[in-house]
Write a protein of this length. Sequence first.
Length: 404
Amino acid sequence: MTRAALPPTAARTRSIGPSAVREILALTARPEVVSFAGGLPAPELFDASGIAAAYERVLAEAHGRALQYTTTEGDPELREAVAARLGARGLPTGPDDLLVTTGSQQALTLVVSTLLDPGDTVLVEDPGYLAALQCFAFAGARVVPVPTDDGGLSPAALEEIVVRERPKLLYLVPTFQNPTGRTLSVERRRAVAEIAERHGFWIAEDDPYGDLRYEGTHEPWISALPAAADRTVLLGSFSKIMAPGLRLGFLRAPVELLRTCVIAKQSADLHTSTIDQAAAARYFRDADLDAHLARLRAAYRERRDALLDGLPDALPAGSSWNRPDGGMFVWARLPEGHDATELLRAAVEHDVAYVPGAPFYAGVPDPSTLRLSFITHAPDEIGEGLHRLARACTEAPTAPVTGR
């Protein structure tokens, strides 16, 4: 009997490529590789004993609740803890303003699924967060890049593009941006908020790195600015302050949008893991989170400085890079004639890796750029990785680089 062919997958899936970062992480999974590629929190800095104690207490004291189904909105105690932290940083928030999600990536997916129809226009920083570009492409959105400079997204360019494109959504990471590590000044944040107020579009403000500030003072969230308060969704994550394996995040949104996101989450997974939420809530109650964050910041600051101190001898003469005040990433540019993707091949042969910058661009990529993460390895390992990168740079061929 002839077997009929199966129907193809949905058309939208056939235009989505894999994550360049994920593919590089798979390529460099060998333990001997010093990887500056992934934004992987240092496992030795996880508060494993504190997290374990939180699970033990939850299971001992409230296993019936912790192992049961729960509401889609999330654990009330956890939402109270998050609301208190946001309020302490200048963003008045109640538990009912929040939805707990399975990582902040799900928070973005819920926002996209509730706001964007196929063909709708979304604006993104260029370069910008790669997983967000994948999310928008999967939704069938029309992605339009907004130029950036050393200060991040350009408000002047944003206004011009908004007038021309009439977007429904602007997505940005204003603090220690991925991939560049840049932070928008308060003046630019106000300008973005006022443009949204004048022209009527939503803002998705992604803030996974805000707790990792090593110097300077916190900038206000765009969500806290009056001009954009009714049109901004704040996305947050527990991955950087607890552990990414928990897969816990949240979104804060105006009431009508929040209600729609709750319905979308019900159709996706009913609710985020009950026991993980309960353990996180217990951790916030029992642990000294401020002391833990202080340890993280001190260690990551030292690692950032080790990377910055070693880059002059590791990259080719004429290279440039920034000095972020926090976060996880340094953004570098090789001199003319060097291609970061070509250099990566030589680097991997020397057991060191990074992420070429080209995949992060929604517009014309700059092939000379690269992203280096500094948080995964201790300073001595960073030094060894930079020595290997220096050797790779001396052996890699150069070729004319055209276009940006």
